[in-house]
Design a protein around this ligand. Structure first.
Ligand SMILES: [Mn+2]
Length: 627
């Protein structure tokens, strides 16, 4: 694994570090801590104490005015007119987490303001993404005069034409980039990415844009005292979409994610409670990882397995028993989805094992008959993770084939598809992810052309995974205060990754322990002085081991004589830390490192809640022999 150190300017770090020392929320931090924090904040675009204070203490007061978004006034007046005249409104969304939660947000806001809202979620396979004219025409026949899109519509030119022909007013709310041919004809368009929109946060997800409209409506129609509690309850759902849609967790998105995640611990909505229950996340603070890997996939499973409607019913019901039934169904769909994913991955694995031409391809193109189209995107992600190469995964249904692709940073996937555009019946996407369809008969040609194209542009180095290191530090800096400061930087995710640190020349104190054949547990320490042989670790060193046992008096026992022999050759060390390395057992065995050796490690800081051996610990991302 290649380590890449993020750059910081020392003078900038020194300046911000001085400013941080006066921040009240850090409670008189020492110089080393503010330096580390300044480094991390600068990397995240936070350049002064005021911005740092905001970043470390997200609050409702940091939300921008909805009216700084272009089109808001027009959208709000039209919806208010509908409310006043008791017109029905159709909220038209999308089938993924972002699209379904956006529907829930806007529909609920309209209902809270006394209106009625129906909704439409497209069928993933039969309708596909984006608004369709026939759906709007049917709504018009049913008497609907106002359609509001969420998480979709910014390129729905034909549907917008149908709306205007059918005498339906269309409000588009979306976050996707507008196309090169301008905007569809609509009564109002809310999209921070449209030309002329001054909205400060450009990276809202679709549910985020829907939330801004909801916020504006609530401000107009409901008493002041209700505003904050209502916004807080909406943010729980906005946070889920914000994390799931992988938008950067900075600016207003950070406020959504932080307040929403905190709020989820006290979820009242029966749907949310049931969902947290089936994901087995009750009674503890939720992290962005919990939401991204446990909550969002269950919501997404509905759309993947073709019942996205269930998500709206789940959040709409007032009855916990009903909510539990739906959540249990989503949980099962998610298991089915995982099962299907495993089945495809297994098939891919078997094929690549037996076919070096496939596993050594510079762009892997792998097809299968009848693979579920709802999961080939996730499968492509897994293949890229495993092989480090761009991958197109294709589901063939007779003569027709549908594919989904994911890439690595060095390879622009959409450009590569454009280079063989004539093979496709349809394709789209961006640098990192694409979707496409083509005749099944042309898949071998696609495989050959993609590999040729990739070989002209990539080298083997591009396939080597890289690890971005935020800051180098000595193990002595691993202190509870640092961990506290890092907690304030949560939630981590896109745009605000959990900081990865490196420490050079740390000493492996005991023989590595292998856990469950795949993981390792190490004891490591920063080295203060050159070896001065002692029989065992000084008591001072042992006591200084960071741990959090209630009585603080547990001293680790050295188990075997072998361990004692190893530590007896050890020099006097400073604090000893536990370091856990998931799936690093094989690498440890290959490295030949033994107790007493010096190594360079890359790690994140974690907290182990175990009553006996809990405390601060390092989670190893990678290690090498000391350079
Ligand atoms: Mn979206």
């Amino acid at each position: 694994m290649r380590w890449i150190f993020r750059e910081t300017h020392q003078s900038e770090v020194a300046r911000l570090s001085r400013e941080l020392s006066s921040l009240s929320c850090l409670r008189s931090p020492h110089a080393k801590l503010t330096q580390t924090l300044a480094t991390l904040l600068l990397q995240r675009g936070i350049g002064d104490a005021q911005a740092a204070e905001k970043f470390l203490n997200p609050s409702l007061d940091h939300l921008h005015s909805p009216y700084s978004m272009k089109g808001m006034t027009a959208a709000v007046s039209r919806i208010e007119a509908a409310l006043d005249h008791k017109e029905g409104i159709l909220v038209y969304g999308d089938y993924d987490v972002d699209g379904t939660t956006a529907i829930v947000i806007l529909k609920t806001a309209i209902e809270l303001c006394g209106g009625t809202a129906d909704f439409h979620v497209p069928h993933r396979i039969k309708e596909g993404y984006d608004l369709r004219g026939d759906v709007i025409e049917r709504a018009s026949q049913a008497g609907i005069r106002l359609v509001v899109s969420v998480d979709a519509g910014i390129r729905a030119f034909a549907a917008a034409e149908s709306a205007s022909r059918a005498g339906v007013d269309l409000i588009v709310t979306d976050h996707h980039l507008p196309g090169p041919d301008g905007l569809p004809k609509a009564l109002a368009i809310l999209n921070p990415n449209q030309e002329g929109c001054e909205y400060p946060c450009k990276s809202l997800c679709g549910a985020g844009v829907a939330f801004k409209l909801a916020q504006a409506l609530l401000e107009r129609r409901l008493p002041d005292r209700d505003q904050r509690p209502l916004l807080m309850s909406f943010l729980k759902i906005v946070a889920i979409a914000t994390v799931a849609d992988s938008v950067p967790l900075v600016g207003e998105n950070r406020v959504f994610a932080k307040l929403g995640l905190d709020g989820l611990q006290r979820a009242v909505n029966p749907g949310l409670r049931a969902l947290i229950e089936v994901a087995q996340l009750g009674n503890k603070p939720l992290t962005s990882t919990d939401v991204g890997f446990r909550i969002a996939p269950r919501i997404n499973a509905a759309g993947r397995m073709e019942v996205a409607r269930d998500v709206i019913d789940l959040f709409g019901t007032k009855d916990l028993t009903v909510a539990r039934e739906i959540a249990t169904k989503l949980d099962r769909l998610n298991s089915d989805r995982q099962e299907e994913e495993r089945r495809i991955i297994q098939a891919i694995h078997v094929r690549t094992e037996g076919d070096p031409a496939l596993s050594e391809a510079y762009c892997m193109v792998i097809e299968g008959e009848g693979w579920h189209r709802g999961v080939i995107g996730i499968t492509a992600t897994r293949v890229v993770e495993r092989y480090g190469r761009p991958a197109l995964i294709i589901s063939c249904n007779g003569d027709e084939a549908h594919g989904s692709g994911r890439s690595i940073p060095a390879f622009h996937l959409l450009d590569s598809l454009e280079a063989c555009a004539s093979l496709f019946t349809r394709f789209g996407g961006h640098a990192h992810a694409v979707g496409f369809s083509l005749p099944t008969a042309r898949v071998p040609e696609l495989r050959q052309q993609m590999d040729k194209y990739a070989r002209e542009r990539l080298t083997l180095v591009d396939f080597e995974p890289v690890l971005h290191i935020d800051a180098e530090m000595s193990l002595d800096s691993v202190q509870p205060e640092l961990f506290e400061a890092l907690k304030r930087m949560e939630p981590f995710g896109m745009g605000n990754r959990q900081p990865i640190f490196s420490a050079r020349g740390v000493r492996l104190m005991t023989p590595p322990r292998i856990m469950k054949e795949r993981h390792i547990k190490l004891r490591v320490a920063g080295v203060l002085a050159e070896p001065e042989l002692e029989n065992e670790l000084t008591e001072e060193a042992v006591l200084a081991t960071p741990r959090c046992h209630p009585d603080g008096s547990v001293i680790p026992r050295r188990a075997s004589s072998e361990t004692r022999a190893a530590t007896s050759r050890m020099p006097v060390a400073t604090k000893v830390h536990n370091a856990l390395g998931w799936n690093l057992a094989e690498k440890m065995q290959q490295s030949g490192l033994i107790a007493g050796d010096l190594m360079d490690i890359a790690f994140t800081l974690e907290y182990n809640n175990h009553a006996d051996f809990g405390g601060l610990e390092l989670s190893l991302k990678d290690f090498k022999s000391a350079s």
